[in-house]
Design a protein around this ligand. Structure first.
Ligand SMILES: [Zn+2]
Length: 457
C-alpha cells in the first residue's frame, strides 16, 4: 500500500514538471519566441508561411506544389535586405523577420499550373531533376517548378550549354554592328586539344560530330547550334567584349574566366563563354531572366519573386523592376527573328506552338548531363532544365506541353522602323546581286553598310 502511493506521487510529479515545461515553451513561443511571415500569391491568396524560431527559418506551403516558390520568395526577400541595408545574409534574415509580416509575391497560379502540366505530360525517366522558371517580360518571376529532387533547384547553378550563345555571343555581335543576319564563318575546327588519353583532337566538336568545312550563315549556325561558328564569332567579337557584356549587363559571375585570361591565352575560356561552360554556372531562374531582352525590345531586369514587403499591413519595400538596356531595339528585333528560326526549323522545333511566334534556344552539355530550352512569346519567357536523361533533351517538348493552350495577352513583339527585310545571297551572305541563284530574306539595321554579291557568275 505504502509503495504504490509513493509510485503514484512520483508519477504525478513527473506529469506536473512536464506540464509546466510545456506551458513555458508555449508562452515563450507565442510572446516573441517565434515570428511568422505570411507569403501570398499575386492574387492575394496565402500560399505559405515562413517561421523564425530564433535560430533558423522554416518554410511551409499551403499546398506542397508551392514549396519551391515560397522558398525562392524568402531567399529573394533576404537578398533585398542584403543589398538595401548592406547586411550579411544572417543579419538580413533576422532583419526580415523583425520588420516584415507579409511577402506579396509575383506568383501567378495559372502559370504555375501550366508549367507543372508541361512537366507531368512529358513523363521524364525517374531520377531526372527538372526545374522550370517563368518571368513576365519586365522582371516578375511568375512561377517556378521543381520536381522535388533538390530544394531550391530552380536557383542552383549549372552549365548553360548552348542556351548561353544568344546572350554571350550572338546579341553582342549583332549589337556591335560588325556582324549581321547573313555574316558567314567556315564551319571547321578552331584548334586541337589534348584528350585524356594523350591524343590530339579537333575542337570544338559539333553536336553531330561533323564539320561541313563550308561558309555558314550566322542564322543557320544559331538554328543548328553549330559550335565552330559560335566560337569563331566569339573570337571575332573579342573575348573581353563578351565578358564585359555578361558581367556588366547581366551581372553574371565571370570571375573565374577573368582570372583565367590574365596573362594567358584567350582560347582557355572560349568554350566557357561561347559554349556555355561558365565556371560559376547559371540557374533556371537566371536563364528565364536573360531571355527577356529578346522579347521586350532589349531590356533586362533581374527576375524577382518579391513584389512588396509589408509589416502589419504597411508597405516597407516595393520592388521597382528597374530595367537595364542591354542592346538596342534593332538588335532585339533581329535576335528575336533569329531565335524564332531556331524553333521554326532548328534544334528547338519541338517547342513549336501553332499560332504563336515562339522563339528560343536549346542547350546540352557533354554527355547530355544538362539539358535546356529557354524560350519566349510576346507575353513571357520560360527556361526549362532537366538533368541527364537517356532519352536526350526533352525541354522543348516540356515548353510546348506547358503553353500550347495558353491565351496570350500580347500577340506581337516590339517593332522598329529602323529594320529592313532584304534579300541576301545564300552563297555569299551578301546582298543579292543580279547573278545570285539562291536567295532568302533576312533582317538588317537601316544604314548598315552591306556589300552586294559579285561572287556569283
Ligand atoms: Zn551571290
Amino acid at each position: 500500500m505504502e509503495n504504490s502511493k509513493k509510485k503514484l506521487i512520483i508519477v504525478f510529479s513527473i506529469i506536473a514538471v512536464f506540464v509546466v515545461a510545456l506551458v513555458g515553451a508555449l508562452v515563450a513561443f507565442s510572446f516573441g519566441g517565434e515570428q511568422n511571415i505570411a507569403i501570398k500569391a499575386n492574387d492575394g491568396e496565402e500560399i505559405g508561411t515562413a517561421s523564425w524560431n530564433g535560430f533558423s527559418t522554416a518554410v511551409t506551403a499551403t499546398d506542397e506544389k508551392y514549396t519551391e516558390y515560397v522558398m525562392v520568395a524568402v531567399n529573394h526577400a533576404i537578398e533585398i535586405f542584403v543589398n538595401e541595408n548592406d547586411l550579411s545574409e544572417a543579419q538580413a534574415e533576422k532583419h526580415l523577420f523583425k520588420n516584415v509580416t507579409e511577402i506579396k509575391t509575383n506568383l501567378d497560379k495559372a502559370t504555375f499550373d501550366e508549367i507543372a502540366q508541361g512537366y507531368e505530360k512529358q513523363k521524364l525517366e525517374s531520377g531526372t531533376n527538372c526545374y522550370i522558371a517563368t518571368t513576365d517580360l519586365h522582371g516578375k518571376l511568375t512561377a517556378v517548378f521543381s520536381n522535388g529532387a533538390e530544394a531550391l533547384g530552380s536557383m542552383s547553378k549549372t552549365y548553360a550549354g548552348s542556351t548561353i550563345k544568344p546572350i554571350s555571343v550572338y546579341a553582342p555581335a549583332i549589337e556591335s554592328g560588325e556582324f549581321n543576319w547573313s555574316s558567314t564563318f567556315v564551319d571547321s575546327p578552331v584548334t586541337k586539344i589534348r584528350e585524356d588519353n594523350g591524343e590530339m583532337s579537333d575542337w570544338p566538336v559539333n553536336s553531330n560530330g561533323q564539320y561541313t568545312e563550308k561558309e555558314m550563315l550566322l542564322t543557320d549556325a544559331l538554328a543548328n547550334s553549330t559550335n565552330t561558328v559560335a566560337v569563331k564569332l566569339l573570337q571575332a567579337l573579342g573575348v573581353q567584349n563578351a565578358i564585359d557584356v555578361l558581367e556588366n549587363d547581366y551581372g553574371i559571375n565571370v570571375d573565374y574566366e577573368k582570372t583565367k585570361i590574365e596573362g594567358t591565352d584567350e582560347t582557355e575560356v572560349l568554350g566557357n563563354i561561347a559554349l556555355g561552360y561558365l565556371y560559376n554556372g547559371v540557374s533556371a531562374i537566371d536563364m528565364a531572366g536573360y531571355y527577356q531582352p529578346f522579347a521586350n525590345g532589349g531590356t533586362y531586369c533581374k527576375p524577382t519573386a518579391v513584389d512588396e514587403l509589408l509589416k502589419n499591413g504597411k508597405s516597407v519595400y516595393k520592388s521597382q523592376y528597374e530595367e537595364k538596356r542591354v542592346f538596342s531595339l534593332e538588335t532585339s528585333v533581329i535576335m528575336n527573328e533569329m531565335l524564332q528560326l531556331v524553333v521554326k526549323y532548328g534544334t528547338g522545333e519541338e517547342a513549336r506552338i501553332k499560332g504563336v511566334d515562339v522563339g528560343g534556344k536549346t542547350g546540352t552539355t557533354s554527355g547530355n548531363a544538362d539539358n535546356w530550352f529557354a524560350g519566349f512569346t510576346p507575353d513571357f519567357t520560360c527556361a526549362v532544365y532537366h538533368s541527364f536523361s537517356s532519352e536526350g533533351n526533352q525541354c522543348p517538348e516540356i515548353f510546348k506541353n506547358a503553353f500550347e493552350n495558353s491565351e496570350l495577352k500580347n500577340k506581337e513583339y516590339p517593332e522598329s522602323n529602323k529594320i529592313v527585310r532584304e534579300f541576301y545571297c545564300e552563297k555569299s551572305g551578301l546582298l543579292r546581286g543580279n547573278n545570285c541563284v539562291f536567295s532568302s530574306r533576312g533582317y538588317y539595321t537601316v544604314g548598315q553598310q552591306l556589300a552586294r554579291c559579285d561572287k556569283c557568275q
